[in-house]
Design a protein around this ligand. Structure first.
Ligand SMILES: Cc1cc2nc3c(=O)[nH]c(=O)nc-3n(C[C@H](O)[C@H](O)[C@H](O)COP(=O)(O)OP(=O)(O)OC[C@H]3O[C@@H](n4cnc5c(N)ncnc54)[C@H](O)[C@@H]3O)c2cc1C
Length: 642
């Protein structure tokens, strides 16, 4: 891609990507290019400040006239409800769990990054920005990432003010540790329970607003449809999961903070309930789905042990600060007790291949290398099928260097969790780990204001609501009636099929297809095959699924049916997106696009764009809109962690 250097010495791309390959030909229609029209210009370090200054304000008296629906009570939705409630808006908050505190965020372990430079190890806002753009393999927007880096320091302050008990050093200052892909220590943590502590902080702040009357909480309510009126999201249709009642909720704005969809793979580290329905319903109503195939595979999870599992468990990334990853050099040693394998027969492969970053290479790289050594027949642990899926994460050196007490102080709950699940004591024998689906980077396409055309995410909600209150609507509005009818019909359809297969069996089969063909490594042939298999599975689902129970009671089979139906559509789109992108970037590894030494090879000249997919209608082809990625403050380079 052509580039010039601007007056500040920054590289500016001048030629938009020109895609030559068309692997997904016949699966999609090409739509108009799109741009992030809200993206501010000017020096990167001033963009957010200037943008905030230019945003309009809503005076406190007017805020009381504005209704906000927030779907989700995790770290995103919980914090948004607390903030908007405190600002004086009328907030309705929804989650499908029995308490906001059960949002999946509670499971986050390792910590939260902020460029505070407390360790004086050379950190800065720019370095966090740089590490993040590089870690994301130059496929994220620079303005958004810079803002993330910039506000990171304030987020820590806010969490501390909410009472989050971050780990502290002996002198009382907040402690930091490292995470993958970086050479500084900037991760703030609360042992291996950071998400839990952060969520409790956000939850308490939200409950304060519930008591103050600004936030009304709807637990065990699942949003099943979005209501669009005159191009704006004005409400949701939700099902009371206990009584089965279908409810209509209207507002001036809808915030979707409904979490990730990693469970499309069935086995993942996500909470069992995490699903795509809220986002997918918005997608079907016109919101674009951006880069749906970008999936993060986490290298340090407890390996799959058989066919019986419904969930995988993460062992926090933070463990790679002190644990050393290795496999035997010789395949014949793989069945030995690891403690009997002498040092010279061990292959610390990450330290060998990536001497600069060692065990702290980014997740995609550590995952792929684990797969490579296991594919070579050097995996450890029990055979699962015809394959040993595991590498060692060994703390013997750390225990020798720091003492067992120090290691215990940092990681005890993680070690305990490992022992409870595997029956092995990691203070005595190395842990066994293997990559698993952890996180998705794709999701609804939003602009710099985090708006997706007609609904918004919280940061810039003020700007959106400055135009409100919007025309009042009631439940008799044709769009409201239509949305409600869609939900009721769909529920009846699920219950009437009365086939022979359980919902879970479809989910599991979909997950196997996704992991096999759209997981850690993807090929053109495999993705084509996956699309055919998913289409067949979807057709079978709609004719042969058995949903037990009735609509007017607690019915988990019915809940899951809706989610799996949406996963089937999402899975197909993910494969089409992966097929289209004939390059490797970060977690998206196309076997056809690698360097001589097997690293991910990007093609900036063809693919430096966000793929934003529009729903093509029932049975129609998805429409691909491309948003060019333009870097002015950072030079696009081939990633290297060597
Ligand atoms: C095991 C694990 C460890 C992690 N560790 C870290 C870490 O150390 N550091 C880090 O930065 N990140 C970590 N992550 C990632 C991090 O946890 C997530 O990015 C983050 O918690 C997502 O927050 P959220 O608020 O967007 O979603 P969630 O916490 O998933 O919340 C989603 C909310 O939406 C609601 N919802 C969804 N759909 C509907 C619907 N249809 N109707 C009504 N409500 C709905 C749910 O009820 C829930 O309240 C980890 C992830 C996992 C899986």
């Amino acid at each position: 891609m052509a580039s010039t250097v601007d007056v500040s010495g920054n590289t500016v791309m001048t030629t938009p990507p020109n895609q030559q390959s068309d692997d997904a030909h016949g699966y999609y229609t090409l739509g108009e290019k799109i741009a992030d029209t809200k993206a501010p210009a000017g020096p990167i370090k001033d963009r957010w400040t200037t943008h905030k200054m230019n945003n309009r304000l809503v005076n406190p008296a007017n805020r009381r006239k504005l209704d906000v629906i927030i779907v989700g009570t995790g770290l995103a939705g919980g914090a948004a409800a607390a903030t908007l409630g405190e600002a004086g808006y009328n907030v309705k908050s929804f989650c499908y769990q029995d308490s906001p505190r059960r949002a999946h965020s509670i499971a986050a372990q390792g910590g939260i990054n902020a460029a505070k430079n407390y360790k004086e190890d050379g950190d800065s806002t720019y370095r966090l920005f740089y590490d993040t753009v590089k870690g994301g393999d130059y496929r994220s927007r620079e303005s958004n990432v810079y803002r993330l880096a910039e506000v990171s320091a304030n987020i820590i302050d806010q969490c501390v003010a909410q009472g989050v008990p971050f780990a502290r050093e002996y002198g009382g200052l907040l402690d930091n540790r490292s995470f993958g892909g970086v050479q500084v220590s900037r991760t703030f943590y609360a042992r291996g329970q950071t998400g839990q502590q952060l969520l409790i902080g956000a939850y308490q702040a939200m409950e304060r607003q519930v008591a103050a009357g600004t936030v009304t909480q709807y637990t065990r309510h699942e949003m099943l449809e979005l209501i669009i009126v005159d191009g704006k999201a004005r409400g949701i249709i939700a099902r009371d999961m206990v009584t089965g009642a279908i409810e209509t909720h209207l507002a001036d704005v809808v915030v979707l903070a409904s979490g990730g969809y990693g469970n499309v793979f069935f086995l993942s580290t996500n909470a069992m309930g995490s699903n795509v329905t809220a986002a997918w319903r918005a997608h079907r109503k016109g919101a674009y789905m951006a880069n749906p195939c970008y999936t993060q595979i986490h290298p340090t999870c407890i390996p799959v042990s058989g066919d019986h599992q419904s969930k995988l468990t993460l062992m926090s990334e933070s463990l790679r600060n002190d644990g050393r990853i290795w496999v035997p050099k010789k395949a014949e040693d793989c069945t030995k007790d690891p403690r009997d394998i002498p040092e010279e027969d061990r292959d610390y492969y990450l330290e060998r291949i990536y001497p600069s970053f060692g065990n702290l290479v980014p997740r995609d790289i550590a995952s792929r290398q684990a797969k490579n050594v296991c594919d070579e027949g050097r995996g450890v642990g029990p055979m699962v099928g015809d394959f040993r899926r595991g590498v060692y994460l060994d703390f013997a050196d750390a225990i020798k260097r720091l003492g067992e007490d120090a290691v215990r102080e940092k990681y005890d709950n993680l070690f305990d969790m490992y022992e409870r699940i595997t029956g092995e004591n990691p203070y005595e024998v190395p842990m066994r780990i293997y990559p698993a689906v952890h996180y998705v980077m794709g999701g609804l396409w939003v602009d710099y204001d985090l708006q997706s055309g007609y609904f918004v995410l919280p940061n810039t909600i003020r700007e959106y609501l400055a135009d409100g209150p919007f025309d009042a609507i009631d439940e008799s509005h044709p769009e409201v009636v239509a949305a409600r009818t869609e939900v009721e019909d769909r529920i009846q359809k699920f219950l009437s099929i009365n086939g022979t297969r359980t919902v879970d069996s479809y989910h599991k089969e979909l997950g196997n297809i996704m992991w096999e063909y759209c997981g850690m490594e993807r090929t053109e042939d495999g993705l084509r095959k996956a699309i055919d298999m998913i289409r067949e599975l979807k057709a079978d689902f709609w004719s042969n699924v058995k949903v037990l129970g009735t609509a007017d009671s607690l019915n988990q089979s019915l809940e899951k049916a809706g989610r799996v139906a949406d996963f089937l559509e999402l899975g197909e789109l993910m494969c089409i997106d992966a097929l289209n992108r004939r390059e490797s970037c970060g977690g998206h590894f196309r076997a056809e696009s690698q360097t001589e030494d097997g690293e991910a090879l990007r093609h900036d000249d063809e693919f430096a764009y966000v793929a934003a997919w529009e729903f093509g209608g029932e049975g129609g082809q998805p429409v691909l809109h491309k948003e060019d990625l333009v870097y002015t403050a950072i030079e696009m380079k081939q990633r290297s962690y060597k």
